[in-house]
Design a protein around this ligand. Structure first.
Ligand code: AOF
Ligand code: ZN
Length: 404
């Protein structure tokens, strides 16, 4: 399995300074690097964590942009706060400056991502900060976006503003891991989530799966969905489980629900075809079942035909749509092919202390073509915690930056 493409390659066409940022960002997120020395004071850390709290208010709504929060402090007191609500709207700093008004002059601004220095959908925040007369800018992390990538920091310093970089850097990178992945690899971050019994089954032999895990674990999944741009399942999951795939919380973001189905041999009525609460997209192959396509369109379901329907093509399409994070909540067959094609970078496995048995009961990952244990894909940066009566194990497949 020498060529097994699970190791995503960073885009070799990125400019050099962005390749360097890959290492910077990876060393900030990864646990393989030694713990970094703390940057800034305890007060700086508190303010940066407040920025992250503010940033999370827009959870799931900012793609393709990052989650960003900003806090302005004058004489030890917060005089303005803001966060980036969604792409196309002003950046976090703009809201914080507006709230602070004249008090921004001579103040310190904390911002979880390097201020931008380019004309995108909005004007450069670096110029806004210079004009407002802030004395100091405290940055959580450098922006990996090649349009920014250190340019914002350089511009502020050139204007005589003191800039401190790297306060709570790993927490900042963690919050925006999907944005970072999107920028560096030109694909959304793929997260495979599954729930299995202690004997490794995701359903009984008859296919029944409600529920493997406790209510607490399911609540955690709803929270996870609220932070993602899309959830993908295959036709089998629609036929077997008839899921809703929503975040089940008032006012929380609902991701786009995506069904991958080659032949559209799907039920005429399904919870996923009810699109009042959350949108649904069916990805299929060119020319598949035109009558069923019409039926879906009538119910408000979007249908997109791809020339070949594979996990990688689906991810490429969702990247083009501006998505940062995609949650794979599919069965074992699709999960195996998503892993094999490098469409999964992160795994979240809920393990329930139950045994269901059954030698043909389905398992979370289908055949990967491995025959010896030495071929097993090992996760890194592994953490686990107890959620209700279940255990959540999470980790990442190793990723390599392309050094060309
Ligand atoms: C910040 N603060 O709140 C955000 C930043 O198209 P635009 O103008 O919205 O620019 C998008 C890029 O700007 C985005 O990819 C990221 O690099 C940066 N986003 N920067 O300082 C913010 N949202
Ligand atoms: Zn900006």
């Amino acid at each position: 399995m020498d060529n097994f493409p699970v190791v995503a390659q960073a885009d070799a066409s990125l400019p050099n300074h962005t390749q360097e940022n890959i290492h910077l960002v990876e060393s900030a997120v990864g646990s393989n690097s030694p713990p970094k020395e703390k940057v800034g004071s305890d007060f700086d850390s508190r303010m940066m964590l407040r920025c992250l709290e503010l940033a999370r208010r827009a959870l799931g709504r900012t793609s393709p942009n990052p989650l960003v929060g900003a806090v302005i402090v004058k004489d030890g007191e917060i005089v303005g706060e803001g966060f980036h609500p969604r792409a196309g709207e002003p950046h976090a700093e703009v809201f914080a400056l507006k709230a602070a008004g004249d008090r921004a002059r001579g103040a310190t601004i904390y911002v979880s991502l390097e201020p931008c220095n380019h004309y995108g959908r909005t004007p450069p925040c670096s110029e806004g900060l210079i004009e407002a007369g802030v004395a100091k800018v405290v940055v959580g992390m450098v922006d990996p976006n090649p349009l920014v990538a250190g340019g914002g920091i350089a511009r502020l310093r050139a204007a005589g503003i003191e800039v401190l970089v790297g306060v709570e850097e790993s927490a900042c990178c963690q919050l925006n891991e999907a944005f970072i992945h999107r920028i560096l690899y030109k694909r959304p971050l793929g997260i495979l989530k599954y729930a299995m019994t202690l004997d490794g089954k995701i359903a009984t032999t008859s296919g029944h799966s409600a529920w493997v895990t406790s209510q607490e674990a399911r609540n955690e999944v709803h929270q996870l969905r609220a932070g993602c741009d899309a959830i993908i399942v295959g036709g089998n999951t629609v036929r077997q489980d008839n899921p809703y795939l929503t975040s089940h919380q008032v006012e929380a973001h609902n991701p786009l629900r995506v069904v991958m189905s080659r032949h559209l041999n799907l039920p005429e009525s399904a919870h996923l075809w009810q699109t009042a609460d959350a949108p649904t997209l069916v990805l299929t192959q060119e020319g598949a079942n035109p009558d069923f396509q019409k039926l879906l369109l009538k119910q408000g379901v979007e249908v997109v035909e791809l020339t070949s329907l594979t996990p990688d093509k689906a991810m490429a399409y969702l990247y083009e749509r501006g998505f940062c994070s995609v949650l794979w909540e599919c069965g074992g067959t699709l999960a195996a092919s998503a892993i094999a094609q490098g469409a999964v970078q992160k795994v979240l496995a809920f393990i329930a202390p139950k045994i269901i048995g059954g030698s043909i009961a389905p398992t979370p990952v289908g055949d990967l073509g491995f025959t010896t244990m030495t071929e097993a894909l090992s996760l890194e940066r592994v953490r686990w915690r107890v959620v209700g009566s279940d255990c959540l194990v999470e980790g990442y497949f190793p990723q390599k930056a392309n050094s060309q």
